[in-house]
Ligand binder design. Structure first.
Ligand code: G3P
Length: 236
C-alpha cells in the first residue's frame, strides 16, 4: 500500500518524509489556502522534497479552463499529478490530460458509479472520500470495497484507488484489507499509526533491564565491521 500525506504544509512534509514512509502528497484548494502561501511556490517546494506523485488541484470548473490550469500545474515539476473534480467537465479534462501523458487524480468521488466513469476517463487515481461519507452515517469503506471489486473485473481499468478523507488509522487498515492501492492521510493519522501503549511500555521495560547490565553494545564507540554476509547484503 502506498502512503501519501494529505497536506500542503511544507514543514510537516519535510518531517514525515524523513520517516521514509511517504510515497507522495495530495493537496486540495482548502489545504493550500490554509498555508497562506503562493500555490505554485508551495507546489514547487513540495515536489522537491518528495519525489513521488504530488497531487495539485485545478480551481476552474469548465473543461478548457481546467486544461489550461492543469497544464500549468504539470509544468511545475515532472511528479505533479493534476487533480480534477468528478464532474462531466472534470472527466473531459481528465481524458484530455491523460492522453497528453499528464497524471490525473479524480477527486470528490462518493459513489461506485462515479468511480467507473473516472476509470473510463483514464484517471491515474480515483479519490473516494471515506471520512466525509462516514461523517453523514454512510459507509465509506463499503464504497472502497465496491470500487476495488469493480476495478478488478476490468484489466483495462488501470486507475489506482486512492483512499482519501481519512480520519483515523483504522481507515487505513480497513482500506489495506480491501486492497486499495493508496491511502492519503493527514499528518496526525500517520503519526497515530506508530503509537501503541504496549510498545511504549515494553520498550521502557527493555531499556530499564538493559541498563541494569551496565553493558554498552558499541563498546568503545568504534563502528563495528560488518560481517561478510552483511557486507554482501549492503552491496546488493
Ligand atoms: O484532500 C482530499 C481529501 O483527503 C480531503 O478530505 O474530508 O479531510 O477534507 P477531508
Amino acid at each position: 500500500m502506498k502512503f501519501f500525506i494529505d497536506t500542503a504544509d511544507v514543514a510537516e512534509i519535510r518531517d514525515l518524509a524523513a520517516t521514509g514512509l511517504v510515497d507522495g502528497i495530495t493537496t486540495n484548494p482548502s489545504l493550500v489556502a490554509k498555508t497562506g502561501r503562493d500555490f505554485i511556490e508551495v507546489l514547487s517546494e513540495i515536489c522537491e522534497i518528495v519525489p513521488g506523485p504530488i497531487s495539485a488541484e485545478v480551481a476552474a470548473v469548465e473543461t478548457e479552463a481546467m486544461l489550461a490550469e492543469g497544464r500549468r500545474l504539470a509544468s511545475v515539476a515532472g511528479n505533479v499529478v493534476v487533480k480534477v473534480p468528478l464532474t462531466p467537465d472534470g472527466l473531459k479534462a481528465c481524458r484530455a490530460l491523460s492522453d497528453e501523458g499528464i497524471g490525473v487524480n479524480v477527486t470528490l468521488c462518493f459513489s461506485a458509479a462515479q468511480a467507473i466513469l473516472a476509470a473510463k476517463a483514464g484517471a491515474t487515481y480515483i479519490s473516494p472520500f471515506v471520512g466525509r461519507l462516514d461523517d453523514i452515517a454512510s459507509d465509506g469503506l463499503a464504497l472502497i470495497s465496491d470500487i476495488v471489486e469493480i476495478y478488478e473485473c476490468y484489466p483495462d481499468f488501470t486507475t489506482e484507488v486512492l483512499v482519501a478523507s481519512v480520519r483515523h488509522p483504522m481507515h487505513v487498515v480497513d482500506a489495506a484489507k480491501l486492497g486499495a492501492h493508496v491511502a492519503t492521510v493527514p499528518p496526525n493519522v500517520l503519526r497515530a499509526m506508530f503509537k501503541h501503549p504496549l510498545t511504549d511500555r515494553g520498550l521502557e521495560a527493555f531499556l530499564a533491564d538493559w541498563a541494569k547490565t551496565g553493558q554498552s553494545i558499541v563498546g568503545d564507540g568504534e563502528p563495528a565491521a560488518l560481517s561478510p554476509a552483511a557486507e554482501e547484503r549492503r552491496r546488493a
